[in-house]
Design a protein around this ligand. Structure first.
Ligand code: ATP
Length: 410
């Protein structure tokens, strides 16, 4: 299967918009890579350059080592599945799936074999005679996939193929697409703005922001070791709690304090973040994922130096778990967007404005994802035990994660 290499891929639209900047990526044969990022970050533009539907400003797209920059889309042996998979309404599912092959002049018996095989893989065998209007949303989506599969391409490029489906169907179809991709072993690049889709489907996930690749890694690596604040906030739901904190050495131990709270770091944590000693006595951004906290009263062990005492503001019963929101009287992390909003009287974006408000007033809202055994009640104190082995640290100036390299900390 095709290996796809992007070398310094860059797109500047005629109006000057820099949509993709200096993108480097190696996609191995048979690999499933997901491009994820907020709206406008350049995912679709990157995909369209790979497909040959968008001209390349500079850099290269290579398929199996060959530069294809000037190769027309039809000669790239790539099949695309789009968000708007407009099926031909007057053709049944089988004809829709086989149409491209017919246009290529394949004999009808060969087309029939390929369509039947794709239908089998997709669980569509009983619906081949149906016209699109009598198919369910999920079946229509499968027909669109079928159109790509019958072409037996070297690679699939998919652009938000599930965004027209309802939430339940999306969950079903994302498992289905991942399974089909594994079975067929076709190199796949998949674009989505949905981080859950990215994390559950991709062998590797490429996180983009403002046309720049932030990090590309396997889902677990992305989650456990986000390279910077943007990736840390973007991946995970509810999002990672972030707060300004201070690292201090006291009586031979290293502590991280934020507002009135203080946690003692254990040796293993310090070893994993061996850049941390360089921040002794300085500010860092501390990140705590919601699931790395538990109610100390029901926790197996909760030593006092790993517990923060807070007041539960909101309790959300999710059935399987409980989300507890509480306020931490410490400084919020002022990301660049928020700082800009602070100087703009009427920030247009409501979310940015609210973030700026919170930053102004001091105090940060934390969300903890607690076991349903918790008896935390709204407006009542609750002791929250923090798993200090899973803390995250970032440089407050650069937003870069403080992991291994002490050199990066200076
Ligand atoms: P979405 O998830 O909303 O589709 P995206 O991450 O796929 O977003 P792109 O569609 O690649 O982002 O757009 C990247 C940037 O390029 C955006 O700022 C967008 O406004 C801009 N852009 C896209 N197409 C054009 C065009 N034809 N001319 C000028 N600018 C464009």
């Amino acid at each position: 299967m095709a290996e796809i290499t992007l070398e310094s891929l860059t797109k500047v639209y005629p109006d000057g918009t820099q949509a993709v900047s200096d993108l480097h990526l190696d996609v191995a044969g048979g690999e499933f890579v997901v491009f994820v990022g907020p709206s406008g970050c350049g995912k679709t533009t990157a995909l369209r350059m790979i497909a040959g539907l968008e001209t390349i400003t500079s850099g290269h797209v290579m398929i199996d080592g060959q530069v294809v920059n000037d190769l027309p889309p039809k000669d790239r042996d790539i099949a695309m599945v789009f968000q708007n998979y407009a099926l031909y309404p007057h053709m049944n599912a089988a004809k829709n799936m086989g149409f491209a092959l017919k246009m290529k002049g394949l004999p009808q018996n060969e087309i029939d074999i390929r369509v039947r095989e794709a239908a089998r893989i997709l669980g569509l065998s009983d619906a081949l005679h149906k016209k699109p209007r009598t198919l369910s949303g999920g079946q229509r989506q499968r027909v669109a996939m079928g159109r790509a599969i019958v072409r037996n391409p070297q690679a699939f490029l998919m652009d938000e193929p599930l965004s027209n489906l309802d939430a339940k169907l999306r969950v079903e179809m994302r498992a289905e697409i991942a399974r089909i991709q594994r079975d067929l072993g076709v190199t796949t690049i998949y674009v989505t703005h949905d981080q859950t889709e990215a994390m559950t489907m991709g062998d590797r996930v490429a996180v983009m922001r403002n046309g720049l690749l932030q990090q590309v890694a396997a889902p677990k690596e992305l989650y456990d070791r986000p390279r910077n604040l943007f990736v840390a906030e973007f991946i995970g739901s509810p999002a990672m709690n972030l707060v300004m904190a201070r690292v201090e050495r006291l009586d031979g131990d290293t502590w991280v304090s934020f507002g009135p709270h203080r946690l003692r770091l254990d040796p293993a944590t310090l070893e994993r973040h061996d850049g941390l000693p360089a921040y002794d006595g300085r500010e860092v951004v501390l990140g705590i994922r919601p699931e790395d906290m538990e109610d100390a009263s029901v926790a197996r062990e909760a030593p006092a130096d790993r517990v923060i005492s807070v007041v539960c503001d909101i309790r959300e019963d999710m059935g399987s778990e409980v989300y507890v929101h509480f306020n931490v009287q410490a400084d919020a992390v002022l990301m660049r967007e928020v700082v800009e909003a602070l100087v703009v009287e009427d920030a247009e974006d409501e979310e940015t404005r609210l973030a700026a408000e919170r930053a102004r007033g001091g105090g940060v809202v934390f969300v903890a994802r607690l076991d349903r055994a918790t008896e935390a009640l709204e407006r009542q104190p609750v002791d929250v035990a923090v798993d200090v082995t899973r803390l995250h640290f970032f440089d407050p100036e650069t937003g870069v994660g403080i992991h291994g390299s002490p050199a990066g900390a200076t």
